[in-house]
Ligand binder design. Structure first.
Ligand code: NAD
Ligand code: AKB
Length: 321
């Protein structure tokens, strides 16, 4: 990667990935694009272009203008929103992906896009879910992700495009709030914990899902993209994970920092059904073996960092011991 075009760059992942890529590869070598513009650091700290990923001509124009050698395709809608707008989700998630792959094929670019634990379904083995296993998702988001993994593999085998991907679990971060996902509760809970010392979970007690802290997710993207291509047996997409917990588990971790934190439940049937169709925990050994995947943050280390960063961000007083 030397000159990188990022789509959907103002979202939860992109707004942090852009800054990290600019630190490593140089600000002018990372072209942030999104369908909207704002005054965030990601939009202001280097080249930015408005790009709707469903517009192939515009994508080609921007990629050619900046002579990029890599495309990181992030623009998509997430699981809960996709379930509410399935046709819109198909058109954006698949149409945008096809345009990004075609751009990579025509301009001979390296290519990255994230898949998700959403690619798995109720018939997938739930615990220590293998890299290669049954994938019959029951959500539109999951259908998009499985089809996307296959399509990216197809572009590698058919056209030699250097496609790579990660099956991300729920990502937890403090810079940009997530939107439209099923795992968003695991971010919301920290905001409510520092502000109100209580949280009402829309995910039920006992529902385990994989999660990862954003710094580890960003490192995983860069490590995979920089990995020796000849070592990659699985390209699209690698299981990666750093932790698995249910709402009680994250609440217990928060209580180590905020002892009087209270958790109750008002379960949302739609997001609960999605969560129940996903694995409890993933096996990430293929990623470890093929390109050295590792993570730094377990649940308690992430909780400590999230709470401290959110208190700074929200200008909240740090309680005296
Ligand atoms: P996000 O919803 O936070 O950001 C998506 C961005 O895409 C937004 O800034 C939005 O403005 C932009 N966008 C929407 N429609 C667009 C269009 N037509 N053209 C261009 N941009 C458009 O999403 P995210 O969490 O940053 O996720 C990025 C990718 O990572 C997605 O493919 C998602 O499925 C995947 N993923 C995310 C997570 C997670 O927990 N965040 C987990 C697994 C996989
Ligand atoms: C979602 O909940 O939709 C995302 C994901 C795990 O893909 N966070």
């Amino acid at each position: 990667m030397k000159r990188i075009l990022v789509t959907g760059a103002l979202g939860q992942i992109g707004s942090e990935l852009i800054l990290k890529l600019r630190n490593i590869y140089g600000a002018h070598n990372v072209i942030a694009t999104d369908i909207r513009q704002n005054d965030s650091e990601a939009a202001q700290s280097g080249p930015f272009e408005v790009l709707d990923v469903t517009d192939f001509k515009q994508m080609m124009k921007i990629a050619t203008k900046y002579q990029v050698d890599t495309i990181v395709h992030l623009a998509a809608i997430l699981s809960a929103s996709a379930e509410a707008m399935p046709v819109f989700a198909w058109n954006l998630n698949m149409g945008g992906l096809l345009n990004a792959l075609e751009t990579a094929r025509e301009l001979k670019l390296q290519f990255f896009t994230p898949s998700s634990i959403g690619a798995f379904g109720p018939s997938t083995p739930k615990d220590n879910t293998p890299q290669d296993t049954i994938m019959r998702p029951t959500t539109m988001y999951g259908v998009n992700k499985v089809a996307g993994e296959l399509l990216a593999d197809y572009y590698f085998y058919k056209y030699g495009v250097d496609t790579r991907g990660l099956r991300f679990p729920g990502l937890i971060s403090h810079v940009t709030e997530p939107g439209g996902g099923t795992t968003d509760y695991a971010v919301d809970i920290y905001y409510k914990a520092v502000q109100e010392k209580k949280y009402t979970s829309y995910i039920a007690k006992g529902t385990f899902m994989d999660m990862m802290y954003m710094p580890d997710a960003l490192n995983a993207i860069i490590d995979l993209m920089e990995a020796d291509s000849s070592r990659l047996v699985h390209r699209n997409s690698f299981n990666v994970t750093a932790m698995s917990f249910d709402p009680e588990g994250i609440a217990a971790s928060i209580r180590m920092q905020i002892p009087d934190f209270k958790l109750d439940y008002d379960v949302d049937p739609c997001r609960q059904q999605i969560a129940e169709s996903w694995p409890n925990s993933l096996d990430a050994s293929a990623a470890m073996q093929e390109w050295g995947f590792h993570y730094e943050f377990d649940l308690d280390k992430m909780t400590e960092d999230m709470i401290s960063k959110l208190r700074q961000k929200l200008n909240l007083e740090i309680p005296k011991p």
